[in-house]
Design a protein around this ligand. Structure first.
Ligand code: PMT
Length: 398
């Protein structure tokens, strides 16, 4: 399958951090996705991970020394910079960030950063004090102002044993940033897409709620696929155990009512609303202020309907709904398509254990307002996401 990474030339800069070994994972994922990965290492980086390892992963020469006469890159020393579609430095140390901010080009990597016209992504990794130091923060602010994209480090246990912000960001976050940069010219470039995900929670008392097992995987996959195809994405997410994906606006919500308010705000000027969220149809009529005691043998909760967000969303955007069904899948989904006046409905077969809530795969049938019914085999949620977006493109005005 073609992705934003296929046939792209990526310079992966690696600097001397304990996190340098993680560059191998990034190089491997980029290479598997069909990108040509040219690794450039600082001298310090070669002490943490061998150039041979990265050459074996990418199948391409690794540049380390500006003055290496044997290297194909040193002759045309800015050729790497010129060929790049994107330059990514992961991990980026405080020293690399400082040198880049000052415009110093004293090794192959800083030279490439100065000479390239491609977008540059930096993923810092360092000790928390070094990261928080005002010099580092000023340098990062300077680079951001020049258009560098910074993938913020994560909070956690650092090599020094201290806990704080400084760990290299999750590799998925870094991959997301790369894909987003490369997707600018994708088939959804310029489109604004709102996606909902996760399962809403309707509180009963301060510690209990009515919920459902939606993990958010389906909605997040759609948001990421739309982002990777160039769309401007707003992800409205009910509680999910997933990290907020980079490169999009993320609006966390809890209840159906909060989701409705967020959707009403986000759909202004949108081209499409895709609702993959599992929204509660009922909420307790009132929420107990204190934790309900279990004194009584039985308890009756009075429930009232939640708003139908999708049916009530008004505007010129296309509407895509999901229908998790266990019987008469197509017929029931068609009813929802009609009642909610949708353009497309994704009928989700939840009788298959590998499909629906919580799992990484999904088996769906796409049904559109013209009556076309397209059953799909069991696919990864990301593949399903791309199929939904392919279908959406048919109806989106060009
Ligand atoms: O999150 P995962 O673990 O990956 O699981 C994915 C999923 C199974 C949750 C998802 O793919 C899915 O099928 N979501 C829809 C669940 C469902 O059955 O919705 P529904 O039939 O209750 O509603 C139909 C449509 O109306 C949905 O798009 C829903 O978001 C929307 N809706 C529902 C109720 C409501 N009050 N307002 C709404 O807008």
């Amino acid at each position: 399958m073609e992705t934003a990474l296929t046939n792209k030339t990526i310079v992966l800069g690696v600097t001397g951090s304990i996190a340098a070994y993680k560059a191998a994972d990034i190089a491997s994922r980029l290479t598997k996705a069909g990108a040509k990965v040219n690794v450039v290492m600082t001298e310090a980086a070669t002490r943490f991970i061998s150039p041979l390892a990265l050459r074996s992963i990418t199948g391409r020469a690794v540049a380390t020394d500006m003055f290496d006469l044997e290297s194909q890159y040193t002759i045309e020393h800015i050729s790497l910079a010129e060929a790049a579609d994107v330059v990514v430095v992961a991990p980026a140390t405080a020293s690399l960030i400082a040198r880049a901010a000052a415009g110093i080009s004293d090794d192959m990597l800083t030279l490439t950063l100065l000479a390239t016209k491609a977008p540059i992504i930096l993923a810092p990794a360092m000790n928390v004090n070094m990261f928080e130091n005002s010099v580092t923060q000023e340098n990062l602010a300077k680079l951001k102002a020049r258009g560098f994209i910074i993938v913020d480090p994560a909070h956690g246990r650092l090599a020094s044993g201290r806990v704080g912000k400084g760990r290299l960001a999750d590799i998925d976050q870094i991959m997301g940033a790369i894909q987003q940069v490369l997707a600018k010219s994708g088939d959804l470039a310029g489109k604004k897409i709102v996606v909902t995900a996760g399962g809403t929670r309707e509180p009963i008392d301060p510690v209990r709620h009515i919920g459902n097992p939606s993990s958010g995987k389906m909605g997040y996959a759609i948001a990421q696929a739309a982002r990777d195809r160039g769309a401007k994405v707003t992800l409205i997410t009910a509680p999910a155990s997933l990290l907020p994906p980079p490169g999009m606006a993320v609006m966390p919500v809890k209840t159906a009512l909060e989701m409705k308010q967020a959707v009403t705000k986000a759909v202004k000027g949108a081209d499409a609303l895709i609702m993959a969220a599992a929204v509660a149809d009922y909420q307790p009529k009132s929420v107990a202020r204190a934790k309900i005691k279990k004194d009584a043998l039985a308890l009756t909760l009075e429930l009232v309907r939640t708003p139908d967000i999708l049916a009530e969303a008004k505007g010129k955007f296309l509407k895509v709904g999901f229908a998790a069904e266990s019987e008469d899948i197509v017929a029931n989904a068609k009813k929802k398509l009609k009642n909610k006046q949708l353009d497309i409905i994704v009928a989700n077969d939840i009788t298959d254990k590998k499909s629906g809530f919580g799992v990484d795969t999904n088996k769906v049938t796409l049904i559109d307002k013209k009556g076309k019914v397209e059953p799909l085999p069991l696919l990864s949620k990301r593949e399903v996401a791309d199929k939904i977006l392919d279908k959406l493109l048919v109806f989106l005005p060009h």
